[in-house]
Design a binder for this molecule. Structure first.
Ligand code: UT7
Length: 329
């Protein structure tokens, strides 16, 4: 029997209009454009003023389906990676499906922080590979500004809002998702967490006063884990699939810090031209970074290109996907 793989057959990103530059941040916290640029590579990020994560996801999906000429009723399954759902429940994927008319689809969210898109893409691929599902939408989107403390200068400068969506369809030419290596280690929660709002610390006046509904990050500790694990897992997936650095056409790295991206690319032996970097204009959009990269680079991607996606984030969660690009645009 011919093996079915899950190919990305379309991608669309969305970022809100409002731009917050490093110079804007200089006006509200004790920081400088120079510090942010040299420590992170970020120059500006987009901020969603009105609306929720589902609005960004729905905008991306709607444009994706329009450009592919696909009726929303044809979609079988919708998976959304996010840590900033509109509500604890129902899931943001349910809401995006409603807003875009994907009424025949069942849908759910994946909570894997910055690895959300990797986890969701791996999950979606499995459904296509069974042969039962023909059209799966995978979204990664986050409104990080809704959980960021703009008094915490070490954390607020790195995050932004945005996201994107891909369409997965069956392929029998050996294109699409070939392999993935995913990890998690919940003991990392002490370094990167939104402490309140869940069942451990439900919302009270006290949790609000103590600013516990915001992201708490021990930046240096997370950096150390990220830089090692993202590089290791990216090298591991190359080795497992007998890929040399010459074989890899593109690295699509999570955009949290340019220094982490550089370390990963170096470890893989890749030159800068093969690395997608848009952190300077979007910052860290958590589950949104990988689809935003694919969207920005879509026109340069060629059928058969070997692409490695890799990420590290809260949980801790991390991993890498090896895929072969399925179309020329
Ligand atoms: O995507 C999810 C996973 N997250 C990540 O991968 C993030 C990983 N971590 C990082 O990218 C970095 O740790 C940060 C960019 C968040 C912070 O950079 P850092 O080089 O680790 O800075 P630091 O927290 O160690 O602080 C170094 C110094 C401190 O001053 P002193 O104590 O040396 O005088 C901070 O107070 O920089 C100071 N500082 C700032 N100065 C100006 C921290 N934030 C700022 C700021 N502007 N925004």
């Amino acid at each position: 029997m011919t093996k079915i793989t899950a190919a990305i057959t379309g991608v669309q990103g969305y970022v809100p209009e409002k731009v917050m530059t490093n110079f804007d941040l200089e006006k509200i916290i004790d920081t400088t454009d120079e510090w942010i640029t040299t420590r992170t590579g970020i120059k500006e990020r987009h901020i969603l003023e009105n609306g929720a994560t589902s609005d960004m996801g729905a905008a991306a999906v709607q444009q994706l389906l329009e450009k592919k000429g696909i009726d929303p009723m044809e979609i079988d399954l919708v998976i959304c990676g996010t840590v900033t759902p509109d509500h604890p429940f129902p899931s943001t994927a349910n809401i995006i499906s409603d807003k875009t008319g994907m009424k025949n689809a069942w849908s759910f969210d994946v909570n894997a922080a910055c690895s959300g898109f990797l986890y969701a893409l791996t999950t979606g691929s499995q459904f296509i590979e069974t042969g039962k599902y023909k059209k799966v939408i995978v979204i990664g989107a986050d409104k990080m500004s809704s959980i960021i403390d703009y008094e915490d200068r070490a954390t607020c400068v790195i995050f932004g809002d945005g996201g994107g969506a891909v369409l997965l369809e069956p392929n029998i030419e050996g294109l699409g998702v070939i392999d993935s290596i995913l990890h998690s280690d919940g003991s990392g929660r002490k370094y990167l967490v939104q402490p309140a709002g869940g069942s451990l610390n439900p919302p009270t006046h006290e949790t609000v006063e103590k600013r516990m509904h915001y992201v708490h990050q021990e930046g240096q500790a997370v950096f150390k884990f990220a830089v090692t694990n993202m590089a290791d897992v990216s090298a591991a997936i190359m080795e497992k699939n007998n890929l040399s650095s010459d074989d890899v056409n593109w690295l699509v790295p999570h955009q949290a810090n340019l220094r982490i991206i550089d370390a990963t690319a170096n470890r893989m032996g890749l030159s800068k031209e093969k690395v997608m970097i848009n952190i300077q204009k979007y910052g860290n959009t958590t589950a949104g970074t990988l689809p935003l990269c694919l969207w920005d680079w879509e026109k340069q991607l060629k059928k058969g290109d070997n692409i490695i996606l890799s990420a590290f984030g809260g949980g801790f969660t991390w991993g890498a996907i090896y895929l072969k690009w399925a179309y020329n645009s």
